[in-house]
Design a protein around this ligand. Structure first.
Ligand SMILES: *[C@@H]1O[C@H](CO)[C@@H](O)[C@H](O)[C@H]1NC(C)=O
Ligand SMILES: *[C@@H]1O[C@H](CO)[C@@H](O)[C@H](O)[C@H]1NC(C)=O
Length: 382
């Protein structure tokens, strides 16, 4: 089988006589097309997105809206490296909650944040290895102008530095501290804010909290500043300035802090049930990050403003593709480079993957993009 192609090429060269093949005659791409609605591909995309969320320290859990494009590179008896382009939506779970994206709710349309991630994901079923060498994502909030046209009264995003946003956070947290047990919480940072007119200005905020060393009885006399600022939960609060001040608050505490109820982990475990060694391989990975050959940059999430805020001349120059620019190239060499993944395997063997430049958007696999969970053009990258 492997000999067939060279034979055909020889025959071609022979028949065409003097016309020799150009030196840089491109090899047929080793990247296979896969369907974006294929169940294996969806599983791989789900694992990849889970790892992307796990790698992040900031922002909200991303959920899969659809697989935009996929290529598979079979690695000579060593499993496959997938090149994934995923259209994603922000949920209302903070990444520090460590919740699985499937357990989180995407934001309602007027609060949507959407975008695209590119990821390389390595899977080796016999070796029970799942590994995310690299990812990058770009997100934008949904078009304020278009939302306003559909829903003029919906809350709109508000600058986090607005003093009334801080007021809403402090007032709602004070209410939470007041109503709770003696344990007190203090503000780490505001992560989201919106406002609306309801009988008066209304502010809605989300913020991270940490445990405060002060107890309720110490009250305002406590000025002890703790150096620990590990966020332990996410609170959602509101402040409405109507005839009287209306304050509401709910807080969600992250798993490691909360007493773990039995069923909580089940979704995560089920998801990885067919590949029980995943967690192990990832632990191995983190313990090896100081070794230079294995230290691969994982990735980051870039937040860009509302597309409407871009200068018109900019958006005209930019094609639709550049509206969500995501760069992901571990190599620019068209022949590829090797990536040492020996640390993912037990034993002293040396295992290397071939990594190629990320495939271009124009090379869409057949049956891609796949069907979207939220098929509204407003929240799909163009
Ligand atoms: C990810 O994006 C950043 C810029 O946002 C870029 O500097 C970095 O090189 C990208 N990572 C890869 C592996 O291409
Ligand atoms: C995607 O796959 C599911 C299940 O295999 C099927 O029910 C659905 O019709 C498919 N959707 C498209 C758009 O092909």
């Amino acid at each position: 089988m492997g000999l067939l192609l060279p034979l055909v090429l020889c025959a071609l060269a022979a028949c065409c006589g003097a016309v020799s093949l150009p030196q840089q005659y491109p090899n047929p791409s080793p990247l296979l097309s896969r369907g974006c609605n294929n169940s294996d591909v969806l599983a791989v995309a789900g694992f990849a997105l889970q790892d992307i969320n796990n790698d992040r320290k900031d922002g909200y859990v991303l959920s899969l809206n659809r697989v935009n494009n996929v290529r598979e590179h079979r690695q000579d008896g060593l499993g496959s490296l997938f090149y994934l382009t995923l259209d994603v939506l922000e949920t209302d779970c903070h990444v520090l909650s460590r919740k699985a994206w499937k357990d989180c709710r995407v934001r309602s349309l007027h609060q949507s944040v959407y975008g695209q991630c590119k990821a390389m994901f390595y899977i080796n079923k016999p070796g029970r290895v799942l590994y995310l060498p690299a990812f990058n994502c770009t997100l934008r909030p949904v078009s304020r102008r278009k939302i306003h046209r559909m829903c003029p009264d919906c809350p709109s995003p508000t600058d986090l530095s607005d003093p009334r946003v801080l007021e809403a956070a402090t007032e709602s947290l004070a209410k939470f501290n007041n109503e709770g047990t003696s344990k007190q919480y203090s503000l780490v940072k505001i992560t989201r804010a919106s406002s609306q007119w309801v009988f008066g200005p209304a502010y809605f905020v989300e913020y991270l909290v940490k445990e405060s060393p002060c107890t309720k009885s110490q009250d305002s006399s406590c000025s002890y500043q703790s150096s620990e600022s590990v966020p332990v939960g996410l609170c959602k609060g509101s402040l409405v300035q109507a005839r009287e001040k209306l304050v509401s608050v709910t807080c969600d505490f992250f798993k490691s802090q909360a007493p773990a109820p039995g069923g909580e982990n089940s979704a995560v475990n089920q998801e990885h049930a067919s590949l029980p060694k995943v967690e192990d391989s990832q632990k191995k990975d983190t313990t090896h990050t100081d070794s230079p050959t294995k230290a691969v940059p994982r990735g980051s999430v870039q937040y860009l403003p509302d597309l409407d805020d871009e200068k018109p001349e900019d958006s005209q120059e930019k094609g639709p593709r550049e509206a969500f620019p995501v760069q992901l190239d571990l190599t620019t060499n068209p022949q590829g480079e090797t990536l040492d993944v020996s640390f993912l395997f037990l034993g002293p063997t040396e295992e290397k993957l071939v990594v190629l430049p990320f495939p271009k958007e124009e090379q869409h696999s057949a049956e891609c993009p796949g069907p979207a969970q939220e098929a509204i053009p407003l929240v799909l990258p163009p």
